[in-house]
Each structure stands twice: as C-alpha cells, then as structure tokens.
Design a protein around this ligand. Structure first.
Ligand code: COA
Length: 686
C-alpha cells in the first residue's frame, strides 16, 4: 500500500510508503484521498501526522507518469483537501521533501524537519514548475526573495535553513516523535498557509531573479515561468493562481525541454554496472595508490579521501612529493573555506593522505590509479613498478585520456588487472567517470571500477578502447569542425557565441583557453603518423602554439586576458586565420550563427554514431551522459544523441549530404545513420 493509516488515541498517522523514495504517483494520490475519507469518518481526532517510510518523506511527483496524460486524482485536489481538513495535519519530515512532497508539507498546519532533511521545489530542474500550489504557498510562508530563489533555481534547502527562513516550524532529529509532542492548543490555532495573505511584490527580489534568469537559464522556459508564478502569488487569490500554475505545469511537462531533462534524470539514475557484470563482486576499496600529484592526481586523491578511502600518492622524487602535498592541501583548505567540510573533516582527510617517492609505501593498497604524464613510456614504466609492488591481482587503473589502454596493459604480466578510469578535471567535482574496458580487462577489474564509481558517487559510463574513448573522441571532431568553420570564414568568438546560444556554458575556444592549447597540440603531433592524408588539416591551432598563445595561463590564447582577468576579443587571431586561409587558397565566406552550430553539432553526432556502431559506447543514453556530465552539452537538450533524435537520423543524413558536397571526407556519414534513416528508427533504438 503506497499510503498506510493508523490511529492511536487522538492521533492519526498517515504514512507514505512507496519505496524507494515515496514518489507520488496515482496510487499514492488515491491513497491520500482514501486516508482523508477515513479521517473524515473518525471522531475525536486532534491531529494527523504525515510522514514517509524509508529514507525520504516524498521525492515529489512520480516523473515516470509525466509522459502520459495527467491521471486523477490530481495532486492539487489532494493538497487542498489536506489544507482544508477539519483536523490539523503535521508534516514530520525526516528526509527529502521535494516537489509534490514539499507541497504536501506546505498543506500541513505545522512542519517539523530533521536538520539534514532537504526540502524544496526542484521542478525547474525537470523542466516544469510546481503543479500543486508550491509556487503560491511557499511565498506566503517565507520571504519572497527566498521563495523566488528556491522555485526558480530548484535548489532545495536543509532543515536547518528551512527553519531560518520559516519554511518549517521546528527542528528535530526525530520529527515523528516531535510531532506527537506538539501542543494541541497551539495546533488548533494555526492558520493554513493558503489563508495567509499573498506577499508584497518586492521589486528588488524580482529584478534579482530576472538577472539570475538572464545569467543562468538562457533558452530555458521553466525558470522564467516559475518567476511569473511567484509574481501571481503577490496579487491573485490562491485558487485562481493555482489554476494557472497547474495549466503551466501541464503545458511544460509535455514540452521538449521537460522530456529532455527527464531523460537525463533517469539516465543518471540508471548509470551503473551493466547487466552482464551483475554477480561479479567488486574488490572492497579501503586504501588506494594514486600515481602522480599534478592537478589531476591531486583531484583524484581528494575524491578518494572524500569517500573515506585512504590514499598513498606516489611521486618520482622529493620535489614531486612536496608538489603533490601542496596540491592536495590546496583542495582541502579550499573545501574548508567554502564550508564543504569542517575542521574535523579536513583533519581526517589530511591523516588519511600520504605522499611518497617510495613505491613500497603503496604495498597494501587495494587499488592503484595512475595519473602520471600522458606518455606511453612513462605509463608503462609506472605499471611495471606497480605490478611488482602491489598484491598480486590488485586492480590497476590508468587515467589516460587518449593513450591505448591495451598497449599499456601489454606491459603487465597479468593484463586482465588493468582498466581505464578516465576522470574529468577537477576530478573531485566532475561527476563523470569513463570506465575503459581493455581487450584483456577482467570482469572483476571492471566491476571494481563500477564499485569505486559508486563509492565516489560518480556517474560511470563504460567505454571501449579507441583514441579518446567516448568523450574526447567526440570533442576532437567538435574542435575539428570549429577550426574548419574558422578557416573558412567565422571568427572564434562568433563560433563561441553560436554554441553559447545553443546552451553550452562556453564555446570551444574559450574552453580551450581554459584547459590550455598545449595538450591538444601534443595530441595532434601524436596523431600525425596515422592521420588520413586525404582529410583536410587546419593548422591555425598549431600557429597559435608556435606563437606561445597557450591560453589563459599565458595571458593570451584565442582571446587575450589582460591582467589575468576576463577574456577580450583579439583581432590578431582573426588575421592569423585569414593568413592561413590565404596560404591554403580558401575563399572565406560568411557563416550565419545557425550554419556554425549545425556544422559543429552534426560533426559530433556523426562521430558519436560511429562510436555507437563500433561498440565503443553501449547506448545512445551513455553518450548523452558523457556529453552532459563531462563536456557542457546543455542538460535541457537531453545530451547529444537525445538532441540528435529530435532532428531524426534522416535529417542528420540530409545535413551530412549537404556539407559533404563541400568536403566528402570530413562529412562521410557513419553507417549507423544511414541504417537508422533507412529503417525509420531513432538513435535511442540503435
Ligand atoms: N519520480 C520517479 N522516480 C523517482 C523520483 C521521481 N520524482 N525520484 C527518484 N526516483 C527514483 C529514481 O529514478 C531511482 O530509481 P531506480 O532505483 O529505479 O534507479 C530511485 O527513485 C532512487 O532515487 P535516487 O535518486 O537514486 O535516490 P537518492 O536517495 O540518491 O535521492 C532524492 C533521493 C529524492 C533526493 C532524488 O531521487 C531526487 O532528487 N529525486 C527527484 C526529486 C524531484 O525532482 N522531484 C520533483 C518531481 S517534479
């Protein structure tokens, strides 16, 4: 039963019980209606305590229902009946009370939360707005600027913060127990939130919300609608405003953005070890060796420390050890300063960390992750040492971004121990983890990679061996398409603007300036020997490197960064592109923003289709996860392949043919696209 009821004396208990997180679907709504009918038939009740079984109060509307029509009974009716109930309800919130869960709590006369509970209206993160009075009741209860921020951003607050802003009335480690103790007379005098007056229209709060919208939510509908709904709360009666809120919610939930965000939400939740690894036990990881204490190694070390894993960081000499220690300490103190950890947490991380240049220090470790310099020679040397030092069978992982995992494994006596664990910088923050399966990788080594991802709360995606795996291989095509458009007529900032307008947080050139142009340069040199000579090569980036324009770290790259500050357009770069075009005999032309975008997106889709067809990636959804979680592809477009499906393979093929008329080599369609177009199927069905 998704809702259970019982009575003890003058108290009725209504418990949401739909594992794992009490998502509110039709049966739960019906269960609450039944509970309300049951309560109406009871005499002598003083209070009703609403709580959730398991780890959550309620995770909001069951988003799995959102693809179909809205089913009766509707949540606004349930919520209104709770609020109007003759017996006052108390919300006992021990865990997440989100979306519809928060709306149920708002209908109660009194709310008690555990300090660590998370309470909020995250609907905009799913491309919708509250649909059962949340946007109207929350601003009646808390300051309008706090309500605006919560509803627009979708970010929940903790129980502690909820008390500060007046969203809950009391904090307790045991909210159910505290609900039983609430004074009956006090409870009887409580005014329903819906009967409180609407808030004053606070101009400053609304203009702050507008600025936030312009800065963060370009192109997205729901955050703007959310702000408009809060505005309604200021001057429209509750019932009328709730009807409008409901209409906007229903409209948004069937729209493309909400569908895309739901797709990513469920894809993220589904990111786990594949079926065929079920039953393979991962090695338990209590301590890990990390090789290399640069930015990446230090970030990985900190991610491990965060998960309670002890770290032995291996470096080549005393200087390397000191640098590694400083790099890790920098992250510990920054986390402390930002309030992400407390002093005790910082000390605990420091105690669990050692750096050494003596490999025997890592002897007892349960896993090793190599994050050394990106050179085959260096890596093979490291793995030989690790194999000699660590217990036989201990899983060994390489964090290489491009190098051939099979070639690295070949240096080992037992190559089945090796997998790729490709972290993304900064490794303690970025959620994505590509788990690279070498030809020889054992199931246990792979399962251990997935087990580690779970421990680190990362999103694992299985990838096969190829140059760049899933993400960097697509990135290489993206950059190639951008460079070609630049050579043929667009300025780098125009290309960046086109991609930002699509929803990327920054364009390809600004991103390169941040990461540095030298890494991609080294990669191009590595690829020189195997590059298809019939493929057009754009040398502009090489010129940049030759002139020392390595990006932000040198103060100048595709943009200039005067005084280390923000980016400034540099016409010299445009001159450089013109010069190269002249040498190559290219007649430059004007590209519209759409034309730029289409080329970059279609190039990525084409490469991703090849990746899927070759089995480098197991599913289109995995590619969506990689592009969103690791490469800034707009979440609200659902990831690269979800977006490709909104165009459809036939349209993609048509565009490839159009661009192919200019350059048949670069725009040769992946066989999968031709097949899907012929069969009338989508990428998600590949
Ligand atoms: N609708 C449908 N299913 C939901 C759901 C929702 N609103 N919220 C969570 N689930 C499912 C997840 O898909 C997952 O399913 P699975 O086990 O089949 O993979 C399961 O519940 C557990 O969720 P998970 O996120 O892994 O658990 P958690 O304990 O880490 O986090 C929450 C719990 C509630 C914090 C988190 O699930 C969440 O934020 N949910 C969405 C809340 C939301 O946006 N509500 C508004 C809806 S409009």
């Amino acid at each position: 039963m998704p809702v259970t009821t019982r009575r003890e004396g003058t108290t009725a208990y209504v418990t949401l019980d739909f594992p794992p997180v009490n998502a509110i679907g039709r049966d739960t709504r019906q269960g609450l209606i039944d509970a309300l009918d049951w309560i109406a038939a009871q005499a002598g009740l003083e209070r009703v305590i609403l709580s959730g079984a398991g780890r959550a109060f309620a995770a909001g509307a069951d988003a799995r229902e959102f693809d179909g029509p809205a089913l009766e009974p509707h949540l606004p009716d349930v919520v209104n009946r709770i609020e109007a109930c003759a017996v006052p309800w108390i919300g006992a919130i021990h865990g997440p009370a989100l979306g519809g869960g928060c709306e149920l709590a708002l209908a109660c006369r009194y709310r008690i939360a555990a300090p660590g509970a998370s309470i909020g209206l995250p609907e905009t993160t799913l491309g919708v707005v509250p649909g059962a009075g949340g946007s109207q009741r929350l601003p009646r209860l808390v300051d309008v600027s706090a309500a605006l921020e919560m509803i627009q951003t979708g970010r929940p607050v903790t129980g502690v913060r909820a008390l500060e802003i007046g969203l809950v009335d009391e904090l307790s480690e045991d909210p159910l127990f505290a609900a039983e103790a609430v004074n009956g007379e006090l409870l009887a005098t409580r005014v329903a939130v819906g009967d409180l007056p609407g808030p004053k229209a606070d101009t400053a709060a609304f203009s702050a919300a507008q600025d936030r919208g312009a800065a963060r939510y370009q192109g997205q509908f729901a955050p703007g609608v959310a702000v408009e709904l809060v505005r309604l709360a200021c001057d429209m009666p509750l019932a009328e405003a709730m009807a409008l809120e409901r209409a906007r919610f229903l409209e948004l939930r069937q729209g493309a953005q909400a569908r895309a965000l739901r797709h990513i939400f469920f894809t993220e939740r589904g990111a786990k070890a594949p079926e065929w690894l079920a039953g393979v036990e991962p090695d338990p990881i209590e301590t890990a060796a990390v090789v290399g204490g640069g930015t990446m190694g230090a970030g990985i070390a900190y991610a491990l420390l965060n998960a309670g894993i002890g770290v032995v960081l291996l470096e080549t000499d005393a200087g390397g050890v000191a640098r590694a220690e400083a790099n890790v300490e920098k992250i510990v103190s920054a986390s402390l300063k930002r309030g992400l950890i407390d002093e005790a947490g910082a000390q605990q991380r420091r105690r669990a960390f050692t750096a050494t240049d003596d490999y025997t220090g890592a002897k007892g470790c349960d896993l090793a992750i190599e994050a050394a310099f990106e050179s085959m020679e260096v890596k093979r040397d490291v793995f030989q040492k690790l194999e000699r030092t660590l217990r036989p069978g201990t899983v060994l992982a390489t964090n290489t971004s491009y190098l051939d995992v099979n070639e690295i494994a070949a240096v080992l006596e037992d190559p089945s121990r090796l997998v790729g664990l490709h972290f993304f910088a900064p490794a303690h923050i970025m959620k994505l983890l590509e788990i690279v399966r070498g030809t020889a990788s054992s199931d246990r080594a792979l399962a251990t990679g997935f087990g580690l991802a779970k421990q680190l709360r990362k999103l694992p995606v299985l990838a096969g061996v190829c140059d760049g795996f899933i993400g960097n291989r697509i990135l290489a095509r993206y950059r190639e398409a951008a460079d070609t458009v630049m050579m043929d007529g667009a300025a780098p900032w125009e290309i960046d603007e086109a991609m930002v307008a699509f929803g990327y947080p920054m364009g390809p050139y600004e991103a390169q300036d941040l990461s540095g142009l030298d890494i991609a340069h080294a990669n191009r040199r590595r690829q020189d020997a195997t590059r298809d000579p019939s493929r057009r090569y754009i040398p502009i980036a090489d010129r940049m490197v030759a002139e020392g324009r390595l990006g932000k770290k040198t103060g100048v790259g595709w943009y200039r960064y005067p005084g280390g500050g923000g980016k400034v357009v540099d016409p010299l770069v445009d001159d450089l592109a013109r010069e190269e075009a002249h040498y190559a005999g290219v007649a430059r032309r004007v590209f519209s923003e759409d034309a730029v975008r289409e080329r970059l997106l279609i190039a990525m889709i084409n490469e991703a289709a090849a990746i899927l067809d070759e089995g480098i990636s197991g599913s289109a959804a995995d590619i969506d996860l990689v592009t969103v979680a690791g490469y800034g592809f707009p979440r609200w477009r659902g990831g690269l392949m979800h977006y490709a499906d909104t165009l459809g393979p036939a349209k993609v093929l048509e565009q490839l043919a159009e661009f192919g008329a200019e350059d048949p080599v670069a725009w040769k369609p992946a066989a999968l696209i031709e097949r899907l177009a012929a069969e009338g199927k989508r990428f998600s069905q590949a």
